[in-house]
Design a protein around this ligand. Structure first.
Ligand code: HEC
Ligand code: HEC
Length: 349
């Protein structure tokens, strides 16, 4: 609760009384906000392109014809034993469409696993998430190609910068809590960018952009709030693809990265960085006595996907449980297995 108290005092007294102190913090905060990160370069990965309409139609027709042939062959299989070899050679799978596949994976990442939808909205035009000035106002921006959004040729390297490094296209630390996405693989980045670029343009110029207020700036200068770009390891070598689901611990660790923005870089919970100070602290997700010690998978699942605490009461509506309710069970199990394998840490440490 230290943070909430600091803010209460900050809002009421410190800002007005200790002018010098605030002035010093403000200039430090402004220096932090203006720090030049243009030396960090995003990756310019190639995006899969939609098949031209004629090819797509032909591919679909081929797939249908192959399906029919396979069915006919299958029907004859019993009567004509001699045709067996031919039957096995018939293609059963429709030809792959890499664009359609990337789009589908990207849709899942945007709307469920990575929760981009919470701040940028289902149509990508942006949403006000927390209006807690004078500390912070959190609102996703318009990331469609409509008015107030991004240019149509916004490069993949700039998407990489904001998503995996927390740096905006101006080369400055962004208020977007990108810590959650810093370890995404190249494939996941490409998938989510493919999906974002497929969103129809929406004209929306926000009059409530995300920003730090004066108290937020003091907290930033004092290290009580942090910006993603200042804590992310910009030299991290991103893997080409996520770990295989069969490697439960590695896969669980990879998936659990989406929780660090709220539950902390060590999963031990505490005040939520960049959140509304009126929100409750995030729970300790390590198996400590102040955390998830003895928590069963069913209890974990009920908390994550229904917002129900172990004592059966309803959690504060901070964690996006409606979104998390769509995470398939094997993924929830992998996250649980990984978190329960961690060394216990006291809450907030
Ligand atoms: C907690 C809220 C939040 C979440 C979750 C979030 N964003 Fe953002 N995003 C923001 C804010 C705030 C900005 C505006 C940042 C700025 O102006 O510096 C932003 C800006 C952007 C931009 C524009 C960057 C630029 O240079 O102008 C892109 C692209 C983007 N987000 C993509 C994503 C994607 C993709 C995801 C999911 C992987 C995501 N965001 C998740 C809050 C969020
Ligand atoms: C937007 C912030 C936010 C995000 C993102 C988030 N959580 Fe939470 N979570 C919270 C808060 C706040 C609480 C405590 C709520 C309460 O008790 O009222 C909580 C509570 C929990 C609990 C209950 C723990 C207990 O001991 O009762 C579990 C389990 C949990 N979160 C798992 C996760 C996992 C796993 C992820 C990532 C997939 C995640 N959370 C992402 C904010 C978040």
């Amino acid at each position: 609760m230290g943070w909430v108290k600091t803010i209460a005092i900050g809002a009421g007294g410190v800002v007005l009384l200790a002018g010098l102190f605030v002035g010093w913090n403000m200039s430090k905060a402004h220096k932090m906000l203006a720090e030049d990160y243009s030396y960090v370069k995003g990756k310019d990965l190639p995006l899969p392109q939609p098949l031209p309409p004629a090819t797509a139609a032909a591919a679909a027709q081929n797939a249908e014809a192959d399906g029919t042939k396979a069915e006919e062959a299958h029907a004859m299989e019993g009567t004509l034993a001699g045709m067996h070899d031919e039957v096995e050679e018939l293609p059963m799978e429709p030809p792959a469409d890499p664009y359609a596949e990337a789009l589908e994976r990207g849709r899942y990442l945007y709307t469920v696993r990575l929760g981009c939808i919470e701040c940028h909205g289902p149509d990508g035009s942006g949403r006000l998430v927390a209006d807690a000035l004078p500390v912070i106002r959190m609102a996703g921006s318009n990331i469609t190609t409509g008015e107030g959004g991004l240019p149509e040729d916004h490069p993949v390297s700039d998407f990489d910068l904001i998503i995996r490094h927390g740096i905006n296209h101006k080369g400055k630390a962004s208020i977007m809590p990108a810590v959650d996405f810093q370890k995404l693989s190249d494939q996941e980045l490409v998938d989510v960018v493919t999906y974002v670029k497929s969103l129809p343009p929406v004209d929306k110029v926000s009059d409530t952009p995300a920003m730090y207020g004066p108290v937020g700036k003091v907290l930033l200068a004092q290290g009580k709030l942090f910006q993603a770009a200042d804590v992310i390891d910009h030299d991290y070598v991103h893997p080409a693809a996520p770990p295989p689901a069969s490697d439960t611990l590695a896969y669980g660790e990879h998936l659990a990265q989406t929780c660090v923005g709220c539950h902390g870089l060590h999963f031990s919970g505490g005040p939520i960085n960049g959140g509304d100070p009126s929100w409750p602290e995030a729970a300790n997700l390590t198996p400590d006595a102040t955390g998830t010690e003895g928590m069963t998978f069913e209890q974990f699942q009920a908390a994550l996907q229904k917002g129900i605490r172990r004592d059966g009461t309803q959690m504060a509506p901070v964690m996006p449980v409606a979104t998390f309710s769509k995470i398939p069970e094997p993924e929830v199990r992998a996250i649980y297995t990984y978190l329960m394998s961690l060394d216990p840490r006291p809450k907030g440490e």
